[in-house]
Design a protein around this ligand. Structure first.
Ligand SMILES: [Zn+2]
Length: 111
């Protein structure tokens, strides 16, 4: 997928100068910490299978499966699975092409 339509300029990975710009994965820690603590149910998901867009909070949840399963509200395909046990936590999101958080208004959720 081409993310260039969704991401700011300069993040698309131009072929020239890549080696000079490359950092190790630790350089992503701040951005990932911000994303992973954001309000997930407000994030709008684009489905890999049908291209439908909906907030994660509008997806169908099957919590009694071996893992927590979210299905697309449009095509019913599995878009996300999350499971944990003593060995750790696993998150599989191959059914989500893109997750998008819009900026939150200052002063809370407004609910
Ligand atoms: Zn779908």
């Amino acid at each position: 997928m081409d993310l260039s339509e969704h991401l700011p300029d300069g993040t698309g990975g131009a072929p020239s100068g890549v080696d000079e710009r490359r950092l190790d994965g630790n350089a992503a820690a701040g951005v990932l910490a911000e994303v992973l603590t954001a309000e997930a149910t407000a994030a709008v998901s684009t489905c890999t299978y049908c291209g439908g867009r909906a907030p994660l909070g509008a997806h169908l949840v099957y919590a009694d499966a071996p893992a927590l399963v979210l299905r697309c509200p449009t095509c019913m395909q599995v878009v996300l699975r999350c499971g944990s046990d003593a060995s750790g936590t696993r998150l599989e999101m191959s059914g989500i092409r893109l997750l998008w958080w819009s900026p939150q208004p200052a002063g809370g959720t407004g609910s």
